[in-house]
Each structure stands twice: as structure tokens, then as C-alpha cells.
Design a protein around this ligand. Structure first.
Ligand code: GDP
Ligand code: MG
Length: 352
């Protein structure tokens, strides 16, 4: 899963990136660990040669949004943003004399400006496509791809014109496939990180809370963070980190809050493979089948799929080990269509 930081220059993207990448980053790309106490317990019991947590890939290599006159986004930004699974909008809500901003600090305005531009970019694509579809006879022939495109595009044109992002619409599977095909930017899941000043690091003020609540009502995950404070904390050793987080009244570091918001926005769950060589946590879209989980591990394992051996996390924990769960009759044999549940331990029997 690839998450890209977007937002205005001097909003704090690179600072937040440094906070969440601490130790896991290379240049402007980082594999941010998904914190999961269940995984830690499995690793402590199995003691594998290698333990690989689930990660979310975060990149900070997109062009800054440009304040002032001209286009908000560069062509390079648009091209790169289309490849992402999720846009993480870092919004400036801190005041600073040393780090000037292109305008008065107004997070709500910036959120609207960026959202409007994503919507407008998609609207232009939809209008161009509808214009070309006028020349296609198939666009009037039910059942053809051109017909499906036309009906769908006419519907979303109206929504986009009234400022609604595609992500906020209920789409059928067919429509969602078209939206993916066109890589619409306003269809991409979005998370907003409101970058607050040091005083608000532990508990954001009423203004910021109102912004987060409002986004929540619109179905957008949002969280407050003080990127600078978090960046400084991330450079400390584990013990000092815990102390400083506690001093600020923070339960967990920015990376954990970011990952949680991303998991929610993408509808992800975690499953585990508990091997002696490697024990690993994997991110998977909620509702995915055992076959999809096998494919996530390796396409060969999906191709040779015979059965999935499944132990739920609750059963594993109650039994204390995979072997004990099997002995207690808690291991199930499931087929390709089994819908994987959050926390499942899987062993895929396969022909490869
Ligand atoms: N006071 C304060 N300054 C910050 C915070 N986050 C970023 N900055 C400063 O704002 C400036 C721009 O930050 P940067 O992360 O480079 O922004 P970007 O352009 O979005 O990548 C830098 O001088 C940072 O030190 C914050 O939470 N509080
Ligand atoms: Mg930057």
C-alpha cells in the first residue's frame, strides 16, 4: 500500500515524513511499521529466525502544492499522485515566525482548496471523455464499455460540478472499476493530518477538533499531529520516547496514528503467517478471500492453492500455540472463497 504526502509548501510534510520514517526511511520513501501487539505475541511464542511486521509505504516525493497564483498542482504531481493508493494531506495549522507560509494559516481553507482542485482535475477528464464519447455509436448501445462509461460519467459530472469528490459517492463494483481505470484523484482514499503547534501536540484545541469532526462526518479520516514535536521524539531511544510521549499526554507516536488512519481509510485488516523461518504480518483488504491472501504472500502459492489452514487469533491466544490450537480442534480447513478475518493465522497448503 503506497501512501503519498501531499499539501502546500511549508505545511510540514517533510517533517512528518521524518517523524514516521525514523530509522525505516531511505531518501523520501519509508516502510512504516504497523504496530500490532498480537504480532508481538506471536513472534514471542514462535521465535522465528525472521519477524516481518506489516508495513505501510509512505512517500514524500511529490511536488508541493503551489500557493498564490497559477496551478495548484504540477503535471508531475498529478502523474505521481495517480499511482498512489492513498493521499495523505498534511495541513498547516501551526503558527511560526521562523517558517513562513504563503498565506495566513487557515487549515479549513487549505483542505477545501486541495479538495476542490482534485475534483476539478477529475471533472476535466470526465468532460473530455464525454466529449469524445459523443462520437462513439457504442455509447448509445447498452452493454458496451462505452455505454457504461457514458452513463457513469454523466452521473459523476453532476456530482463533481457540485464539488463532491468521487470518494464520497456510493459506487457499484462496476463503477468503482471504471473509476480505478481512470485513476481519478478525487476517488482516492484520503487522510488529513492537521499539523498543529507544539502547545497543541497532546490535545488539539477546539478549532482543530472541529475540523477533524467535520471531516469525520464527510467520511474522511483525520488526526492532529505536531510534526516537529514528533520528529524530535522519533530521534530518541525507545525509553526516552515513551517518557516524552507521556509528557505530552500522547498514547502513541505519530507513526501509529498515521497507520491506524490509513488502515481505516483503506479498509485493511491484518493476517499472520507463523513460520519458524519467518513469521509475518500482512495487510489485506477487508472482505478478501483466502485465495487473495495467498496471492498477497506469493502468486505461486495462490496458483497452487489447495486449502487454507486457519486458526483465529482468539483461538490461538487461548491455546497458546498453533500446535495446541490444532490439538484442541481449533484449526479449520477452508477453501479459496473463505473470507479472511482480522487476526487470522493462515497456513496455505499448496502444490508449489
Ligand atoms: N513550529 C513548528 N514548525 C514546524 C512544524 N512542522 C514543520 N515545521 C517547520 O516548517 C518548515 C517547513 O516544514 P517542512 O516539513 O519542510 O514542510 P513541507 O514543505 O510541507 O515539506 C520547517 O522549517 C519546519 O521546521 C510544527 O509542527 N511546528
Ligand atoms: Mg518537503
Amino acid at each position: 500500500m503506497k501512501v503519498g504526502l501531499i499539501g502546500f509548501q511549508a505545511a510540514g510534510k517533510t517533517t512528518l515524513f521524518q517523524a514516521v520514517a525514523a530509522g525505516a526511511g531511505k531518501g523520501s520513501i519509508a516502510a512504516v511499521r504497523v504496530p500490532d501487539p498480537r504480532f508481538d505475541r506471536i513472534v514471542a511464542q514462535v521465535r522465528p529466525k525472521k519477524a516481518t511486521p506489516a508495513t505501510v509505504t509512505v512517500t514524500d516525493d511529490l511536488d508541493d502544492a503551489q500557493g498564490g497564483t497559477g496551478r495548484l498542482f504540477t503535471q508531475r504531481f498529478l502523474d505521481e499522485a495517480r499511482k498512489l493508493d492513498l493521499l495523505l494531506h498534511v495541513v498547516r495549522a501551526f503558527e511560526s515566525d521562523t517558517a513562513p507560509y504563503h498565506a495566513e494559516v487557515d487549515p479549513q481553507r487549505d483542505i477545501s482548496t486541495v479538495e476542490d482542485e482534485l475534483v476539478l482535475t477529475d471533472l476535466q477528464i470526465v468532460e473530455n471523455r464525454l466529449e469524445r464519447l459523443k462520437k462513439s455509436p457504442n455509447a448509445r448501445t447498452p452493454g458496451t464499455p462505452d455505454y457504461l462509461d457514458r452513463v457513469f460519467f454523466e452521473r459523476i459530472r453532476g456530482e463533481l460540478e457540485s464539488g463532491r469528490p468521487i470518494r464520497a459517492l456510493e459506487l457499484s463494483d462496476e463503477e468503482a472499476a471504471i473509476a480505478r481505470n481512470y485513476q481519478f484523484l478525487s476517488a482516492k482514499p484520503m487522510v488529513v493530518a492537521v499539523n498543529v503547534g507544539e502547545k497543541e501536540a497532546g490535545s488539539p484545541g477546539a478549532k482543530v477538533r472541529a475540523i477533524i469532526d467535520r471531516l469525520g462526518e464527510l467520511g474522511t479520516q483525520a488526526f492532529a499531529v505536531s510534526a516537529e514535536v514528533e520528529m524530535e521524539i522519533s530521534q530518541l531511544d525507545a525509553e526516552a520516547q515513551r517518557e516524552f510521549l507521556a509528557d505530552y499526554g500522547l498514547e502513541e507516536p505519530a507513526s501509529a496514528r498515521l497507520v491506524r488512519a490509513v488502515y481505516d481509510a483503506l479498509g485493511l485488516i491484518t493476517f499472520f503467517t507463523a513460520g519458524e523461518n519467518e513469521t509475518r504480518a500482512w495487510a489485506l483488504r477487508r472482505g478478501s478471500t483466502a485465495l487473495k491472501a495467498a496471492d498477497t504472500i506469493h502468486s505461486d502459492i495462490a496458483r497452487g492453492f489447495i486449502r487454507a489452514e486457519v486458526v483465529s487469533y482468539a483461538d490461538w491466544e487461548a491455546a497458546g500455540s498453533w500446535e495446541a490450537a490444532v490439538a484442541q480442534g481449533r484449526m479449520r480447513l477452508e477453501g479459496k472463497e473463505y473470507v479472511v478475518q482480522d487476526g487470522d493465522l493462515l497456513h496455505i497448503r499448496n502444490k508449489s
